[in-house]
Write a protein that binds this ligand. Structure first.
Ligand code: TRP
Length: 345
């Protein structure tokens, strides 16, 4: 049954129909430069033109074991960090996944329209079950169904993600199309939104791998809120090849990665970067990338330090975000309930 909490429904309904965006990040660790460039920075820009929902996906996080107090703290910190990065809670709906019950409710239903074989083909599942071989739980397996639920609940048109999530979006589309073909137009079919440069920032110690916050070696990633010195030092020590000219080339993963980082902070194209460092070696280039990156992150660090102390404000954002999301999610969920034939009183 639908109960609408005391949300300002008129305000939501009167907003002009802009295309909708949904995206989420797990509160499962430190947020890295990879997450910032691959996701959050784009989210900030998209706020101008789209109706955006940004979600801290804590339900997804428990597919691998979490320490409860840490999960709680990181959820708070992730939300504060989004805001520090420029997500404006007045413009966008910022919320925590577990605060809106419809995510889990719709996931159950969608699971009944998703094939075992389809889920078995997900590369993230294969990777994660290798990594967590002591805990291959069914949540890890059905993770993409919950993700489909996140997206479809809000009738999102576009889903900004890193390239590693593309397969999950394709699954979401397949499930939505399948559902629609049986019940009519229930779900908007979402598209992945993947930016060309900076969509994937790699590890500084093994540039053939994605930069990951769960990497046990902290030299492999830049944490958004680490000190300036750490950032500069890690980039100086980043693994590169034995060549010395700053040129983008297949196989030169280390340099390509640093060029991507530099490009994201300066807005320069790879051609422009190659010209700028023509005749200079890797040392000069790394120093420039380090300084530029540290400069780019300074503002975020300061704002984050301020926000993290303002618990009342962050919690008020969580609450109003959850109310807006709740209202939107119920619209979709009640339609789905009706379509599949659940009894309504
Ligand atoms: N699976 C995504 C990741 O690990 C996080 C996520 C969960 C997500 N639900 C989502 C991303 C919905 C986009 C849309 O990065």
């Amino acid at each position: 049954m639908d109960k609408i909490k005391n949300t300002n429904v008129d305000e939501i309904n009167s907003q002009p129909q802009r295309k909708r965006i949904f995206s989420g990040v797990q509160p499962s660790g430190i947020i890295t430069l990879g997450n910032y460039i691959g996701a959050i920075k784009n989210w900030v820009e998209l706020q101008k033109d789209y109706d955006c929902l940004y979600c801290v996906v804590d339900l997804h996080a428990i597919t691998v074991r979490q320490v409860p107090s840490e999960l709680r703290r990181r959820t708070f910190e992730a939300l504060a960090l989004y805001i520090a990065c420029g997500i404006d809670p007045e413009k966008s709906t910022v919320f925590v996944q577990s605060h809106v019950p419809a995510h889990a409710e719709l996931a159950w239903i969608l699971g009944c329209y998703t094939g075992f074989g389809e889920l078995s083909r997900m590369t993230q599942f294969k990777d994660k079950s290798r990594k967590h071989s002591d805990n291959i739980n069914s949540g890890l397996f059905t993770y993409p169904v919950l993700m489909a639920s996140d997206i479809l609940l809000y009738q999102a048109n576009l889903v900004p993600v890193g390239i590693d999530q593309k397969q999950h979006i394709e699954l979401t589309r397949d499930v939505a199309l399948r559902f629609n073909s049986v019940y009519g137009d229930v779900f908007t079919i979402p598209e992945p939104y993947i930016k060309e440069t900076g969509m994937k920032i790699n590890s500084l110690t093994d540039p053939t791998k994605k930069m990951s916050k769960s990497d046990p070696n902290p030299s492999s990633y830049i944490a958004i809120i680490e000190s300036r010195d750490d950032t500069v030092r890690k980039i100086k020590r980043a693994v590169t090849d034995s060549d010395s000219t700053v040129k983008y080339a297949p196989g030169k993963d280390g340099i390509n990665n640093l060029m991507s980082i530099y490009s994201c902070f300066t807005g320069k194209t790879f051609d422009e970067i190659e010209k700028e460092f023509d005749g200079k070696g890797y040392g000069d280039f790394k120093a420039a990338v380090g300084e530029t990156c540290a400069d780019g992150l300074d503002g975020i660090r300061n704002e984050y330090a301020r926000l993290i102390k303002d618990k009342a404000y962050i919690e008020s954002v969580m609450k109003s975000g959850a109310e807006k999301a709740y209202y939107l999610s119920r619209k979709t969920l009640s339609k789905v309930y009706r379509k599949v034939g659940f009894y309504n009183v």
